[in-house]
Design a binder for this molecule. Structure first.
Ligand code: FES
Length: 325
């Protein structure tokens, strides 16, 4: 058992309990979303004490140096004194410049950050509805090509942020955002390497961003993008991807759809995993990007690894719990 000091209170942590869990149990309204060390919405700052290394995993060096840490990944072994982070240090403004629906329940939101906003296509950023409520969304646009940041937002039943973005936010509004993070993005340097991108739902957003970035940077190897969906209506960028495939000889698009009346390429009724394994029949030297629900990403990762892909070449972005709500 160890003790943290927060808000002039001493709080005892049970063995294996995180700082976030302890503070939420005490009724503190600490911002959080994924509770898995991914979205960085739960960032806090140490006043005194030694942080476990894991609690700063994935943070920029500048943030680490200032004592920022992720409360959901922090299980201190020795006493810590902590405080909430200064929102102004971490957040910036962005103007909504595009707001349109892609199919029944996916919003394409385009925002223009104020000032410099560094990101890689495929990373995710947090949009804040209020001081403590924020959700992370992946980036589908290309930094050096587009003068906006594009996010795809699925409407989640009872989702506080997704419904607000769908129904209330409009072009011209100012939003609070937090810096982009995540390790799922295109890495230049091996332009001849084949790339496989596979995912479901709005997992398409980072995949589209990565594929577009690769093409923009002159990638010459084959790029295969597979979008898995329940019905054809869920293929919310079907025509755009068909057009991309006709414009770029090395870009290939496949749609794995469970329920379909008429099967016309690029639509197939083969499962997503079956399509992945058919497309990447010898993936030993391929780069692989997998995005979507944790369950499906986990299954695909195992399957492509067993097919011969190297673990160091597999990049994943599982949408965890509130990550996209
Ligand atoms: Fe802690 Fe997402 S990183 S809630």
């Amino acid at each position: 058992m160890t003790v943290i000091v927060f808000d002039d209170q001493k709080i005892e942590l049970e063995s294996g309990q995180t700082v976030l869990s302890a503070l939420l149990d005490r009724g503190y309204d600490i911002p959080n979303s994924c509770q898995a060390g991914a979205c960085q919405t739960c960032m806090m700052q140490v006043v005194e004490g030694e942080l476990p290394e894991k609690s700063q995993s994935g943070l920029k060096d500048t943030l680490k140096a200032q004592g920022y840490f992720l409360a959901c990944s922090c299980e201190p072994q020795t006493p810590l004194s902590i405080k909430v982070s200064q929102a102004a240090d971490l957040r910036s403004q962005a103007t909504v410049v595009g707001h349109d629906c892609l199919g029944a329940d996916v919003l394409r939101l385009r925002i223009k950050p104020t000032g410099t906003f560094d990101f890689y296509s495929g990373q995710y950023l947090t949009v804040w509805k209020s001081e403590t409520v924020g959700r992370s969304y992946s980036i589908a646009s290309v930094a050096k090509r587009d003068d906006y940041v594009e996010l795809h937002i699925r409407r989640i039943k009872d989702g506080v942020v997704s419904n607000w973005l769908h129904d209330e936010v409009k072009v011209g509004d100012e939003l609070q955002i937090q810096s982009a993070t995540g390790s799922c993005f295109y890495i230049p340097g091996t332009p001849e390497q084949n790339i496989l991108l596979a995912g479901t739902g709005t997992g398409l957003a980072p995949l589209l961003g990565i594929a577009s970035d690769a093409l923009h940077q002159g990638h010459s190897g084959d790029i295969h993008l597979i979008h898995g969906a329940l019905t054809v209506d869920d293929l919310y960028l079907h025509q755009l991807l068909i057009d991309m495939a006709s414009q770029h000889s090395n870009f290939n698009y496949y749609a794995s759809v469970l329920k379909v009346e008429q099967v016309l390429p690029p639509v197939t009724t083969e499962s997503l995993q079956g399509t992945v394994l058919a497309v990447a029949d010898d993936p030993a030297d391929w780069k692989v990007y997998l995005c979507g629900s944790p369950e499906i990403v986990g299954q695909l990762k195992k399957a492509i690894f067993l097919a011969g892909a190297s673990m160091k070449n597999i990049y994943t972005d599982p949408f965890i719990s509130a990550h996209s709500s």
